[in-house]
Ligand binder design. Structure first.
Ligand code: AMP
Length: 505
C-alpha cells in the first residue's frame, strides 16, 4: 500500500477535473498531476536509490503536490522543510535526514546552497527552472512496491522546546491519519477545495492525502502563504472551502473579516489546532463565521490525530467542551498517567500518552529520543492534561511550560484564559521566571489591544476576580508582539530566555 494510490484513483475518476490551483488559476488536472508525478518518480532514481529522502524547501507552491506524490511513487520519503527557518537550520535538517536531493524554490535556494557543506553529496534542484522541468520529460514510472511500514514523510518537529527531531511517519501512519480525518473531522467530495494558507510543510500538507482521496481542489494562494484578505477572497471563488489554520491565524482572519465586513461566501470548514485556542477568541470567531470550526489536537509524532472537538460540540456552547481539545480520535487510544505510570482519576492532571497506527515509528537516527518518547507501544506526548468522565481531554501545558511557584503547579493556559477576557488584552503569554523565594514566579507578557490602555493594577484586579491568588502574575511586561515561530506558536522558550537575560522592560 502506497499513498500514491489515493491520487491514482482520483485521477481515474476525474481525469479532467481541476486538481491544483494557484490563486484562481488552474495549473493541473488530476490526470496531469498523476502523469507529472509518475514521470518525476522515474527521474528521481538518478539522485539516489529507492527509499531516498527527498527534501522540499519552498514556500507553499503547486510543485509541492507533484514532489510529494512523485516521491511516494518512487518509494522515497519526503522531508518538507519549514520555509521560514534560517538557511542554516534547513541545512542542518537536510544533513540530518541525509537527503539525496533538495527541491528548493528560487527564493530559498541560494542561501540554502551556501549553508550546505561544499562539496555536499546530494543535489539541489531549483523548482520552476528549465533544469526542474527537464525532470518531467521522460516516461511515467511504475509505482514502487511499498511496504506499509516504509518511511513516507520525515517530519521535523517545530522544536519549540528543544532541537528539531525527525518523526518517522510511514505510509500506514499517514493512511491511518487520512482515514481518521475522513471518518471524524469532515466530509469531503469533489466539489470541495483545500486552501493552503498554513505551511504545506506542516498541518496543511498533512491534509493533502485526505483531500486528494476525495478529488477536492488543491488551492495555493498566489501569495504562497497566509494573507487574511486573500484567504477571504479565495473562499468566494472556490467551492466548499476547507483549511487548516493555527489559532493565531483564525484570530487574524476574524479581525480582517470584521474590519472589512467581508464574509467568505463558500467557507465550509476551518480545522484549527497546533496551539491553544482560547475560549474567548473561539466565541468571537464562531459569532463571525458560524459553525465552521473543528478543533484537532495532534503533534508531529501522532500527526494531526490525538483528539478532536466536533463541529456539533462547538454549537453546544458548553464552556468545558470549548475549553477542551475534545475526545479521542477514532482508532486512537488516549490515557492520562501520573509519574508512577498509572492512569490518574478523572479531573486530575497527568501526562497524555497515545497509542494507534497513526503514531510515528520513532525519531530518525535518534535511539535515545525514541526510547524516551515510545514506551511499551505508547507515545509520551510531553503534554499535560486531564480527562473528564465523558472522555473530554483538557490540555494544560507542555510539561516544560508548567510554572512551579511555592510548591504549587500553575498552568499558564489558565492564567492566559483569564487575562484574555480583559478587553484591553489582545494577546498574552504566561511563563515562569526563576525566583529565590518562590522557586518560580508567574510573569505575563501582554500585547495591548489597539486603542486600549491597561495597567498592571487593572490586570491584577481582573485576575483576582477570576483565578486563585497564588496563580496571578507577579509581573506584567508589555510587548508590541509576541515572538512566534512560522506556525504561529508562541516561543515561550524565547520569552524565558529574555527574562533570564534581563532584557525586558
Ligand atoms: P507540533 O509537533 O509542532 O505539531 O507541535 C505539537 C504540540 O502543539 C502539541 O504537543 C501540543 O503541545 C500543541 N498543540 C497541538 N494541538 C493543540 C491544540 N489543539 N491545543 C493546544 N495545543 C496544541
Amino acid at each position: 500500500m502506497n499513498l500514491f494510490s489515493l491520487l491514482e484513483r482520483t485521477a481515474r475518476q476525474w481525469p479532467d477535473g481541476g486538481a491544483v490551483y494557484l490563486g484562481d488559476e488552474r495549473v493541473q488536472t488530476w490526470a496531469s498531476l498523476r502523469h507529472r508525478s509518475l514521470v518525476l518518480a522515474g527521474a528521481l532514481s538518478a539522485f539516489g536509490p529507492a527509499g531516498s529522502r527527498v527534501a522540499v524547501a519552498s514556500e507553499n507552491a503547486p510543485a509541492y503536490l507533484e514532489l510529494m506524490f512523485g516521491t511516494w511513487a518512487a518509494g522515497g520519503a519526503v522531508v518538507p522543510l519549514n520555509y521560514k527557518l534560517h538557511a542554516k537550520e534547513m541545512a542542518q535538517i537536510v544533513e540530518d535526514a541525509d537527503a539525496a536531493v533538495v527541491f528548493a524554490s528560487p527564493a530559498l535556494a541560494p542561501a540554502l546552497q551556501a549553508a550546505l557543506p561544499s562539496p555536499w553529496r546530494g543535489r539541489i534542484v531549483v523548482t520552476g527552472t528549465p533544469g526542474y522541468e527537464s525532470l518531467f520529460q521522460g516516461e511515467p514510472a511504475a509505482v514502487a512496491a511499498t511496504d506499509p511500514q516504509s518511511l513516507a514523510w520525515l517530519f521535523y518537529t517545530s522544536g519549540t522546546t528543544g532541537r528539531s527531531k525527525g518523526a518517522m511517519l510511514s505510509h500506514r501512519s499517514l493512511m491511518s491519519m487520512t482515514l481518521g480525518h475522513l471518518a471524524d473531522v469532515e466530509t469531503i467530495d469533489e466539489t470541495c477545495s483545500q486552501i493552503h494558507a498554513a505551511p504545506m510543510s506542516h498541518g496543511s500538507g498533512l491534509y493533502i492525502p485526505a483531500y486528494v482521496a476525495r478529488g477536492a481542489r488543491q488551492v495555493v494562494p498566489a501569495s504562497q502563504g497566509f494573507d487574511p484578505a486573500e484567504f477571504l477572497a479565495l473562499c468566494d471563488s472556490h467551492p466548499g472551502c476547507g483549511a487548516f489554520l493555527a489559532p493565531t491565524m483564525v484570530q487574524r482572519l476574524r479581525l480582517a473579516a470584521q474590519a472589512s465586513g467581508h464574509l467568505p461566501a463558500q467557507l465550509r470548514t476551518i480545522v484549527y489546532g497546533g496551539g491553544p485556542m482560547y475560549v474567548e477568541e473561539l466565541r468571537k470567531s464562531l459569532a463571525v463565521f458560524g459553525q465552521v470550526f473543528v478543533q484537532i489536537y495532534g503533534q508531529g509524532e501522532s500527526p494531526m490525530t490525538i483528539t478532536w472537538v466536533r463541529r456539533e460540540d462547538h454549537a453546544s456552547g458548553d464552556e468545558a467542551i470549548l475549553g477542551s481539545v475534545g475526545v479521542a480520535r477514532t482508532g486512537v487510544e488516549v490515557r492520562v498517567i501520573g509519574e508512577d505510570g498509572a492512569d490518574v482519576p478523572p479531573g486530575e492532571i497527568g501526562e497524555i500518552i497515545v497509542r494507534g497506527d497513526v503514531v510515528m515509528a520513532g525519531y530518525w537516527n535518534n535511539a535515545s529520543g525514541t526510547a524516551e518518547a515510545l514506551r511499551d507501544g505508547w507515545l509520551h506526548t510531553g503534554d499535560m492534561g486531564s480527562l473528564d468522565p465523558r472522555g473530554y481531554l483538557t490540555l494544560r501545558d507542555r510539561s516544560k511550560d508548567v510554572v512551579i511557584s511555592g510548591g504549587s503547579n500553575i498552568y499558564p493556559r489558565e492564567v492566559e484564559e483569564a487575562l484574555l477576557t480583559h478587553t484591553g488584552v489582545a494577546e498574552v503569554s504566561v511563563v515562569g521566571q526563576a525566583d529565590e523565594e518562590w522557586g518560580e514566579v508567574v510573569v505575563a507578557f501582554i500585547v495591548v489591544a489597539p486603542g486600549e490602555d491597561v495597567t498592571p493594577q487593572a490586570l491584577d484586579a481582573h485576575c483576582l476576580d477570576r483565578i486563585a491568588r497564588f496563580k496571578r502574575p507577579k509581573r506584567y511586561l508589555f510587548l508590541d508582539a509576541l515572538p512566534k515561530n512560522s506556525y504561529g506558536k508562541v516561543l515561550k522558550r524565547q520569552l524565558r530566555e529574555q527574562l533570564a537575560a534581563g532584557g525586558t522592560r
